[in-house]
Design a protein around this ligand. Structure first.
Ligand code: SF4
Ligand code: SF4
Ligand code: SF4
Length: 364
C-alpha cells in the first residue's frame, strides 16, 4: 500500500484516466481536481504558429482563453488577441473527438465559464469533494455563492455545444473505420471480455495510430513490465508483452469506458452534488489558477494529501509542460497557466512506484 496520497489536477481526459487507474491499479491518487477544457494545443505546432506573429514562447507571460479568443499576454504587458477559429489548426486532433467539458469523473471540477472576473465556477461531484469544499470554506481558504441560474444554463449550453460538435467528428471517424472506442456503449461484461482479449497492439491500432491518444501516460504507468515509452508525440513499446497482460488497454481513457464512469452524453455537465461560484481568500492568480492553487493549499496544509501532482513549465524551454509532484505551495503557484498544452501527467507516479519497489528490494 502506497504511503503517498496525491491530489491531481487534470483535464477531463486525464481525470478519466485517473478514474480508470483507481479502478484497475493500486493508484495513490486520493483527490481528483478536474479542469474545464474545451480544447488543447500541440506544443510543437504552437511554437511554429507563434512565428507567424513574430513571437516566441519565451515572449509570453500568460495564456488565456475567453469568449472565442486566445489571449497571449506578453512579458511586455501587451496582449495579442487571436480568434479561436484561427488557432483551431494547432488544436490536438484527439480533442476533436472529446465530448467532455467539465471533468465529470473528478471530485471537484473548476473552470472560469459562468463566473465573473476573479471568481471561478466549481462543481462538487463526490462526498469527498463536498467535505473538501466545506473544510476550505470553514478555514477561510475560499468563499462560495450559488451560481446564478442564467450562468448555470450558459455552462450547460457550452458543454452541450462541445458534445454536439464533436459527436459529428466521432460519426465521421466511425464512418471511416477509425473507431472511437470510448464512445461505444457497452455493458461492463462485454468491456471485461474486450479487455481480456487486448494488449498494447490493440491500443496502438485502436487509439494511438488513429490520432485518439490524449498523451496522458496512464498506459506507461500501468505497464507492469515497463515496456511503454512515451516521448513528446505518442506511446511506443519495446519488447514483448506477456500473454496475460491487458493493463495498458484497460486504463486508457480512449478505450471502453465502464458504465459507472460513463455519461452517455445525456447530461451536458455530468452528475454533480452542487455548483457554486467561488473566490479564493488566499491566492490571486490567473484564469482558474487561484482556486486550484487554493484548494491544493488547503489539502496540503491540512495533510489530507501528501503531494500535489501538477503540470509545470520547464525553466530551460519556455512553456514546455511537464508533470511533477510537489509538497510546496509556491511551486503550485508558479505552475499556473500551463493547461494549454498536454504532457504525460502520470509519469511522476511511475517514478514513485519504482522508488518504492527499489526500497522494498533493499529491505528484503
Ligand atoms: S481530449 Fe483535449 S479537449 Fe478533451 S479533455 Fe483532453 S485535452 Fe481537453
Ligand atoms: S506488458 Fe501489459 S501493460 Fe505493458 S505493454 Fe504489454 S499489455 Fe500493455
Ligand atoms: S494510449 Fe496511453 S497515453 Fe494515449 S491516451 Fe491511452 S493511456 Fe493515455
Amino acid at each position: 500500500m502506497s504511503e503517498h496520497k496525491i491530489a491531481m489536477v487534470g483535464t477531463p481526459c486525464e481525470i478519466m484516466a485517473a478514474s480508470k487507474l483507481q479502478d484497475y491499479t493500486d493508484s495513490p491518487i486520493e483527490v481528483k481536481l478536474g479542469l474545464f477544457c474545451m480544447e488543447n494545443f500541440s506544443y510543437k505546432y504552437f511554437v511554429n504558429f507563434l512565428k507567424e506573429y513574430d513571437l516566441k514562447m519565451d515572449d509570453i507571460e500568460k495564456f488565456q482563453i475567453d469568449k472565442g479568443f486566445l489571449f497571449l499576454i506578453l512579458k511586455t504587458k501587451e496582449t495579442v488577441k487571436i480568434p479561436l477559429s484561427v488557432a483551431k489548426r494547432i488544436i490536438r486532433k484527439n480533442c476533436n473527438i472529446c465530448v467532455e467539458l467539465t471533468s465529470e469523473t473528478s471530485d471537484i471540477s473548476i473552470g472560469s465559464i459562468g463566473s465573473d472576473d476573479g471568481w471561478s465556477t466549481l462543481i462538487v461531484r463526490s462526498e469527498k469533494g463536498e467535505e473538501i469544499v466545506k473544510g476550505a470554506i470553514e478555514q477561510r481558504f475560499i468563499e462560495v455563492e450559488e451560481l446564478e441560474e442564467s450562468k448555470f444554463q450558459l455552462l450547460n449550453k457550452l458543454a452541450q455545444g462541445k458534445i454536439n460538435r464533436n459527436l459529428e467528428h466521432i460519426e465521421q471517424r466511425e464512418f471511416l473505420a477509425r473507431p472511437v472506442l470510448y464512445q461505444r456503449e457497452k455493458d461492463d461484461d462485454s468491456i471485461s471480455k474486450e479487455i481480456s482479449e487486448s494488449d498494447f497492439s490493440d491500443l496502438k491500432s485502436n487509439v494511438i495510430d488513429i490520432g485518439a491518444c490524449v498523451l496522458c501516460g496512464a498506459c506507461e504507468y500501468a505497464c507492469p513490465d515497463n515496456l511503454i515509452i512515451i516521448d513528446d508525440t505518442k506511446p511506443r513499446m519495446k519488447g514483448q508483452c506477456p500473454p496475460d497482460c491487458h493493463a495498458c488497454f484497460a486504463v486508457c481513457p480512449r478505450t471502453f469506458i465502464e458504465e459507472h464512469l460513463r455519461n452517455d452524453n445525456e447530461k451536458p455537465i455530468g452528475d454533480y452534488i452542487n455548483v457554486y461560484t467561488v473566490r479564493s481568500l488566499k491566492h490571486s492568480q490567473g484564469q482558474d489558477g487561484s482556486i486550484v492553487t487554493t484548494i491544493l493549499d488547503y489539502l496540503l496544509s491540512n495533510e489530507i494529501v501528501t503531494e500535489a501532482l501538477i503540470v509545470d513549465k520547464k525553466d530551460d524551454l519556455a512553456w514546455k509542460p511537464y508533470a511533477k509532484l510537489t509538497k510546496d505551495i509556491d511551486q503550485v503557484v508558479k505552475s499556473g497557466g500551463t493547461k494549454y498544452s498536454v504532457c504525460p501527467v502520470f509519469k511522476p507516479l511511475k517514478e514513485i512506484n519504482e522508488e518504492s519497489s527499489t526500497t522494498e528490494e533493499g529491505v528484503n
